[in-house]
Design a protein around this ligand. Structure first.
Ligand SMILES: [Zn+2]
Length: 488
């Protein structure tokens, strides 16, 4: 007994020494200096060129190094970088591993018609289960899969909270609460892999560990699972390190780690059309390519999606090299262009959390990050479903006499412009329906000339956020319709 106690104390002391790190914010750092720091192996945790600062994680005893770097700096609150002692047995207000399991299991119990119980898709390095949850409505037919993951970096629990919030929102609103949830679950299958790096996450729990990588310590202190994917792995050493003790150590070969192989095999099998792989922190939305300073063939599509998705939360969007720094061997690039896959439209949000653990005792902050990411998730699903052709376009004849060409903006905030084409002059009536087919608003135009014109519609205040259909018709019986989303 005494021996075990001694052992436990030793481990405790050892672990607390290991985890004594602080986040330090350096101001007015040039982009070149950031690259330099990364190349020197600093744990650069956030680069915000907009506001002109860079955060690095330093061992507590080395915090004075920040001064040596000759920048203005600020040591960030301890709770931003680690779980505080009062949270010894869990992740504070974040969901710890057990609370995750309880949540995802209870979801299938509460909504058996929408959610499956968690299903194991493989094991981690230390033989922990990596599991997934599948949400979809009872409607049949092909429903394209959309993939969500979090905690591939084990010290980034904010992304996991966002996934839990989104799953709660989808299930809780499917039945009458918000038609956008019904639209997503009736037209797609949403998959969640909430803990992609379970060993690291479990390790981080008891003593406020700061593990980002997995727990394969064969050569160093783990492998960065988000530098271990097979597309352009080892392309260069920018943002991906060959040194085992660096935070971005990419491993000995692509897919050397069980955690990345498990996700890879599951994704290949699933063939999702789109993926959101959640990280923290900084308030960014990233998309391919990451490995090189080039734009992807779908750059315009990604930019368009990201622009709409960040309209409310104002996250900075772009490729990793535009916003942060190049990375290779990461999940987005592989998902977008994995060798044996159809293209997956993969994006990485970096949630605007307070460092890694900064909201551990602040539910308001966790609610804030979930609220600001939820519209982003909703729009992401809508955008990807539009991409596969479920856009809700109305019937279009071979020689249409009346066309509703577009609804702009879509999603609609306070007013929308319906762009229509008619073949001759006539009055046009516009009806707005909700998804149950109820008319919620209507108006008539005066006589409009043949050709293209725009009709402006102000969204009545009492209309809730949701999916709606605009239907235009003229006196001759020509009609057309188009679906759009109202955001609040
Ligand atoms: Zn990350």
């Amino acid at each position: 007994m005494r021996k075990y106690l001694f052992l436990a104390l030793t481990i405790l002391v050892f672990a607390s020494v290991v985890s004594a790190h602080r986040l330090v914010r350096l101001y007015d750092v040039s982009r070149g200096s950031v690259i330099d720091m990364i190349e020197k192996g600093y744990d650069v945790t956030c680069v915000d060129m907009r506001h002109g600062y860079v955060d690095i994680m330093l061992p507590e005893q080395d915090v004075d190094q920040a001064a040596l770097l000759s920048y203005d700096y600020e040591v960030l609150p301890r709770e931003w970088g680690e779980l505080l002692p009062e949270n010894m047995d869990d992740a504070g207000e974040y969901y710890d591993p057990e609370e995750n399991w309880t949540f995802w299991s209870s979801l299938s119990a509460d909504y058996p018609e929408l959610a499956n119980p968690p299903v194991t898709i493989g094991q981690s390095y230390q033989s922990r289960d990596i599991y997934m949850i599948r949400l979809t409505g009872p409607t049949s037919g092909y429903k394209p899969p959309i993939y969500f993951s979090s905690l591939i970096h084990a010290r980034e629990p904010g992304g996991n909270s966002v996934l839990i919030d989104f799953a709660m929102w989808l299930t809780g609103n499917y039945d009458g609460g918000d038609t956008r949830a019904a639209y997503i679950l009736d037209n797609s299958t949403v998959y969640f892999v909430p803990i992609a790096n379970p060993d690291g996450y479990v390790y981080n729990m008891p003593n406020g560990g700061n593990q980002r990588k997995n727990m394969n310590f064969t050569l160093g202190d783990g492998i960065d699972l988000n530098r271990n994917w097979g597309y352009k792995w080892d392309y260069d050493d920018l943002g991906s390190s060959p040194y085992p003790n660096d935070q971005t150590y990419r491993g000995t070969s692509a897919f050397s780690e069980p955690e990345t192989r498990v996700q890879r095999d599951f994704i290949i099998d699933l063939e999702p059309i789109a993926a959101m792989n959640y990280h923290t922190y900084g308030g960014y939305l990233l998309y391919p390519w990451g490995y090189e300073d080039i734009l992807s063939p779908d750059s315009i599509l990604f930019t368009g999606w990201a622009d709409a998705m960040t309209a409310e939360n104002n996250y900075t969007y772009g490729t990793a090299w535009q916003i942060l720094y190049n990375v290779n061997g990461e999940n987005n690039d592989w998902s977008y262009c994995g060798d044996s896959l159809p293209k997956i439209y993969a994006m990485t949000p970096e949630v605007d959390d307070k460092g890694f653990w900064g909201s551990q005792n602040d539910t308001t902050e966790i609610v804030r990050i979930c609220n600001e990411c939820r519209p982003m998730n909703i729009l992401f699903c809508f955008a990807s479903l539009g991409y596969v052709g479920i856009s809700g376009d109305g019937e279009v004849g071979i020689e249409p006499l009346l066309l509703l060409n577009s609804v702009y903006p879509n999603p609609v905030l306070s007013s929308a412009s319906f762009r229509i084409t008619s073949s001759g002059s006539s009055n046009v009536s516009v009806m707005i329906y909700d998804t149950s087919g109820r008319i919620i608003d209507s108006f008539e135009t005066g006589s409009i000339k043949g050709g293209t014109s725009s009709l402006v519609w102000g969204v009545p205040h009492e209309i809730p956020a949701g999916v709606y259909t605009a239907r235009i018709s003229d006196a001759a019986g020509n009609c057309d319709s188009r679906r759009f989303t109202v955001m609040r």
